[in-house]
Design a protein around this ligand. Sequence first.
Ligand SMILES: Nc1ncnc2c1ncn2[C@@H]1O[C@H](COP(=O)(O)OP(=O)(O)OP(=O)(O)O)[C@@H](O)[C@H]1O
Ligand SMILES: [Mg+2]
Length: 232
Amino acid sequence: MNQTANVNAELAIKVQDVHFRWPQGEDVLKSFGIDVPRGEFWMLLGNNGSGKSTLLRLLAGLLTPQSGKIQLLHPVGFVFQNPDHQLVMPTVGADVAFGLVEEKLPLAQVRQRVTEALSAVNLLELQRRPIYALSGGQKQRVAIAGAIARHCQVLLLDEPTALLDPDSQLDLVAQVRRLVKSTGMTALWVTHRLDELNYCDGAFLLEQGQVVDRGEPKRLMQRLMQIQETIP
Ligand SMILES: Nc1ncnc2c1ncn2[C@@H]1O[C@H](COP(=O)(O)OP(=O)(O)OP(=O)(O)O)[C@@H](O)[C@H]1O
Ligand SMILES: [Mg+2]
């Protein structure tokens, strides 16, 4: 695999000249490159099918590109659009602890990591709550707590607010911003919702598997709003 744990002092994610196509499919990413600075919150926007989820899967090591170089800090945490696809244990605390199984930590340390992670997402009082009795936003925060407990340095979030109501949506994006700023974690967040751009440090705009714009979120928001206004 073309991935290494260290990028450099400034970057958490560096992707250079990546090509990816599905077997018997079309090219999805073409000469693709992005740099995400350490300790920043970046977003990824683009039309349906432009390659956003494919890119996150490549970054998470779930897919391998045909060519090019992907470097990012480890461990990496992944938060899916639908939290029901990734929460596997019956209760909040058990689910966060489950992610630590492979680390074979002493029980006291597991408890401490779970407590810290649930505190970071304001869910400590719900530690014993069954997963089925949580709201969508609370489930997404449990998934994020799982990544915090594993001491992830990079957090990848694929449309984590797509199933949330507007209040929970903005709570979640604000919480991830606070986490990034307080822990030094780096986050890359895929979205279709322009109002979320207010919370990030920078954003990439994808079109047909290539980055067509990158940079300051306010400028990108204006560009995307103008595009939306021209659609009849
Ligand atoms: N498992 C798969 N096998 C073959 N082709 C796939 C597979 N998953 C996605 N694709 C194709 O790859 C391209 C990029 O898909 P991807 O899911 O990355 O887009 P996206 O930008 O995340 O879109 P959306 O905004 O709808 O989530 C699309 O043409 C899609 O049909
Ligand atoms: Mg997608």
